[in-house]
Design a protein around this ligand. Sequence first.
Ligand SMILES: Cc1cc2nc3c(=O)[nH]c(=O)nc-3n(C[C@H](O)[C@H](O)[C@H](O)COP(=O)(O)OP(=O)(O)OC[C@H]3O[C@@H](n4cnc5c(N)ncnc54)[C@H](O)[C@@H]3O)c2cc1C
Ligand code: SF4
Length: 472
Amino acid sequence: MSQSAAHDWNPKYSWQLIERTAPPKRPAEERVRDFREIYTEYDEATAMDQASRCIVCPIPSCRQACPLGNRIPEWLALTAEGKFLEAAAVSRSTSNLPEICSRVCPQERLCEGSCILNGRSDPVSIGAVERFINEYAFRHGALEVLPSPFNGHRVAVIGAGPGGIACADELAQLGYGVTVFEALPLPGGLLVNGIPSFKLEKRVVARRIEFLKQRGVEFRTGVKVGWDISLAELRKDHDAVFLGHGAQQSKALDVPGAELSGIVAALPFLVQKNVENHGQPIPEIEVAGKRVVVLGGGDTAMDCLRTALRSGALQATCLYRRDLANMPGSRKEYYNALEEGATFQFLTNPVAIEGNERGEVARVRCVRMELGAPDASGRRKPQVVRGSEFTVDAELVLVAYGFDPVPFPSGSDFAQVKTNDWGGIVVDANQMTSVPGIFAGGDSSRGPSLVVHAVRDGRRAAAGIHGFLTKV
Ligand SMILES: Cc1cc2nc3c(=O)[nH]c(=O)nc-3n(C[C@H](O)[C@H](O)[C@H](O)COP(=O)(O)OP(=O)(O)OC[C@H]3O[C@@H](n4cnc5c(N)ncnc54)[C@H](O)[C@@H]3O)c2cc1C
Ligand code: SF4
């Protein structure tokens, strides 16, 4: 029932009258033939109805569960009244990339997972409303783009991913002269060179980068900091540095046969199939007609399955050593992958890759697993089921086992920045590293994580840099 049709409509109870409407999604058989985004937007009436389902809790658990502390009930209430531009302005007050987080956040684990309506009904569609109001604001030219007056300080931001973008955006608004140094030709980090277009179209990221440029942020692409330019050189022209260079070194497959042809790391595969003019030297990876096996259970694995299907794979099978309940990948993307034809073998671990006489992958030798007692991280530890060996035929194996930060070259003056045992940069509560004036955040300091976490770190680092440079 729509809000306008409910006679004695009361905002506290509209969730009993109005069902959650999932964001509109293109049918699987249509979307698997292209790389365009699979979700479309609410219309105005649906956005108002869906926003009106919020009961405006006095202590909103959705806000507490959002890493940015987004003022969700406030912008939902404004949306319910049709005040879309006001709602978007509130949304932008805590987020530099609301149109992007709304598309890629695993809402079921964050804001929507904490909505009080869970259990009694379905949660408020927070992500879809966030997307609607922010796209509405872009369409109506409602974003402030004028550069702020220069405050006399310059900051270098390393990496044009979501962490770097958020930090640069915050600092530019405070009047800092910001230069973003990016190793690749295309700015955007994993938003462009990782996350496929069917989750986030490149034009959405390009629009945001253009917006930053209008705010006065300078982008210098094709500059690999630590290789092409030293920390000392950067510090000559900049009063502070933010390291937002991510963690993009693929974890290796460590089983017999890992050297066979047809075993490919996830990231180069996703870049080659998803990014036009990526400018990276990646040999052609043939997919059409092949049986593709994806190893891993995170977002990257889901993206590989769905990209393989769009690239003409005969079948795409995920092998993951834990069960669905313990799989790190977003549930939303798991169900999207299933709808598109991917298959999953849970509690399954590869022990060897077997090849044919030409040294090409032919099958993956696997064992079944069972979950034992929780390990130090609290997750139940997978153990091999004895005598359970079997094989899965495959002509292409994609390895999606996660990433580590790429270390700076030995002898580089970046080596003075303290790292932990897995190479992550150590930071304090203000995101400052062991070297005063050098800040870090996003995947480079926390390891592979989420876009929304990188945005949070970038914002926190900008506040830390501002405090550092203005302290008396
Ligand atoms: C395939 C895939 C799918 C994902 N899906 C999701 C998802 O659905 N939802 C979600 O929330 N998160 C997802 N993530 C995680 C998310 O993309 C990252 O957590 C996030 O992008 C990290 O942001 P960042 O700014 O720290 O680093 P990045 O996005 O990695 O950006 C770092 C940038 O720094 C540049 N750089 C590196 N070294 C240098 C150097 N020496 N000099 C100059 N520039 C340098 C890199 O080229 C890159 O552009 C996914 C990740 C992957 C790999
Ligand atoms: S940023 Fe993510 S967690 Fe926060 S409100 Fe938006 S979708 Fe939810």
